[in-house]
Design a protein around this ligand. Structure first.
Ligand SMILES: [Zn+2]
Ligand SMILES: [Zn+2]
Length: 69
């Protein structure tokens, strides 16, 4: 088992992620994890560069409603 706890934007909190069945043949080295809460997939890249703390963005990408004039 290679379960991890990560911050999930969908769940707005730290939830348990688990490695999905890999279709790319990575096996245990698969950098993909899936949120057990909402099913969102994330890509971890601990092998490329260590990131002790991930900056999670606040919802700043929300498109403003157009106001009908
Ligand atoms: Zn994989
Ligand atoms: Zn989630």
């Amino acid at each position: 088992m290679s379960d991890r706890e990560l911050y999930c934007d969908g769940c707005e909190g730290v939830v348990l992620f688990e490695a999905p069945p890999c279709v790319d043949g990575h096996d245990a080295d698969c950098p993909e994890l899936v949120c057990t809460g909402c099913g969102a997939a994330v890509l971890i890249a601990t092998f490329a560069f260590p990131a002790p703390r991930l900056h999670h963005r606040r919802r700043a990408t929300r498109t403003p409603h157009r106001q009908a004039a």
